[in-house]
Write a protein that binds this ligand. Sequence first.
Ligand code: FEO
Ligand code: CA
Ligand code: CA
Length: 683
Amino acid sequence: MTTTTTPACDFVELERLPDTPTSPADAPTIGDVINRRLGRRGFLKGALATTALVAVPSVAAVTAARPASAATPSFGFAEVARGVDRTHHVAPGHDARVLIRWGDPVLQGAPEFDPMAQTPEKQLAQFGYNCDFVGFLPLPQGATAADRGLLWVNHEYTIAPVMFPGLVPPGMDRIPLEMVERVMTKQIVDIEMAAHGGTIVEVVRGKDGTWTYLKDSTYNRRITALTTEFAVTGPAAGHRRMRTGADPQGVKIVGMVNNCAGGVTPWGTFLTCEENFDSYFTGRLDQSHPEQRNYDRYGVPGQVFAWGLHHARFDVEKEPNEANRFGWVVEVDPYDPASTPRKHTALGRFKHEGAGVIVNKDGRVVVYMGDDQRFEHVYRFVSKNRFDPADRAANMRLLEEGTLSVARYDEDGTLTWLPLVHGQGPLTAANGFRDQGDVVINVRQAATLLGATRMDRPEDVEVNPKTHKVYAMLTNNEDRRPADWDAKGIPATEVNGPNPRAFNIWGHIVEMTPPDQDHTAEKYTWEMLIQAGNPADPATAAVFNAATTADGWFSCPDNCAIDHQGRLWIATDQGNNWPLASGSADGLWALETEGPARGTAKAFFRVPVGAELCGPCFTPDDTALFLAVQHPGTDGVAQFLTGGAERSTFENPATRWPDFKEGVPPRPSVVVVTKQGGGAVGT
Ligand code: FEO
Ligand code: CA
Ligand code: CA
């Protein structure tokens, strides 16, 4: 094996970083937590699900009814029924049409999709795979109209056995490990890289109310992992640990990967967030390598994709710094198709889910973010400079400088934001942090050193601009254990107030409230909005408002959106757990947050088997809702396949949604939902 090809770099000695504290000895027991929570607000209000009270009475208290707010009218639609089948379903009185599918032409002159004749060149000009976050900005720039705009769509990752013919041997449902090197050719890998990233398309509403995308718009753009160059801003720009053989200055990165959720800024740009970047790296670093401790915490190399076979920079042994160049929040200006997207390192390097943006009352810009892995943290960025509606160029630099903080949730309902600033507290050279660049590159270790709370997979964190409440989706964490639970090979981990259930396969939603609507304050309060799962099954300890129907409850909240009336919508991702977590397909739910109905969920949309739902995005008038149906036919699909296969392949998929044509594999697609006869969706 070769030794490193990295140029002479001056690594910080991360092997000196202290171990991640797990605080097992003094972690509270479930009983302690319940008692403390009850002590603070140990009362129940009328309309709550009584079945859940038997199991964990404390959490029922936190969905207490409160005075109705005029800011959030209720949801008026009839629900879609529970179930799982090969297609999608929307609430009665609405239409759900496919807008754009994997492989559809994006750039001018791009060919139509031909699954039997894919090439990297074609894929670079066509809609990518696994659509995730969706954002909408009106056209022309600054317009308030809602009938023409630019749609941003993330392409999170690829699933080769379902995308390409002939990769899986006949009679099998996966590529055997020993065949990977032969099957995953450079051509296949390059198509995968071209199918990652994001897409911008111009979308318009026709006179009949139907939305389409324009194939010849000059705004249309593909951003990919294969060819797009990114600039770097913030404390890690040019940092010694960002430099590679191809980029000795550490300021120019080719590609972004695993873009999961994102956000939209008030100055008209999209934020798109790199999540599981570890998956793309192969090879092995020596345990004594200075980056090894860093990579252990982030799971690098994840050995999921074979890109390292053909692109040496994805082999950590050949390019040990490359993995430091992924895991960032990226900003894209869609109004300038020639603009260079920027990776903003001031917002920290972790497995970013999304970016919830608000302009604080003093003009500073605040971004809320989750790090989606079991036991990771919730973050907040506050810009140094202030938003100026008259100076877009200055606004475009607001995310380059500011204060990143991480959340500690105390049992008494207090939330404290702990600043991640070099030189403060333990974030010093003695602990391996020489400068702020080291802090943002290794922000997970820094956050844990400060005592941040270890959460149940923080996904979207979104702020409601009408109520100024902030919602954190905690999707699930089956590895959480009571501190005194003793299982061989599984370290005991605490349950705590904001993560109150052991073996949590259902997830929950925490509501955070800044004082006086000040999103830069050090202390907030927090409480539980709902605990997901079946409220009719006491074993789940689920908590919804008792008005929630048998169709209305959900499991595994992942993405969320707040419509322009201030109403909260939840998209779910149960993964392979869906038979256990709910027995029903993923989808979109409406969730009341105010008044006596608080905690009431209603089912609005259901995806085809094996898919998750991503990217709920409303037009400014709420008359259209864009939904991303990701990886149709892949999660937990055994019962839909024939011949004993457990996983879908190109030749034998669990569904051929949305085309349902023999020979055409399932195609991740964006769907647009409208109300029949017009009007706001979900009313
Ligand atoms: Fe890409 Fe956290 O889901
Ligand atoms: Ca997600
Ligand atoms: Ca997900």
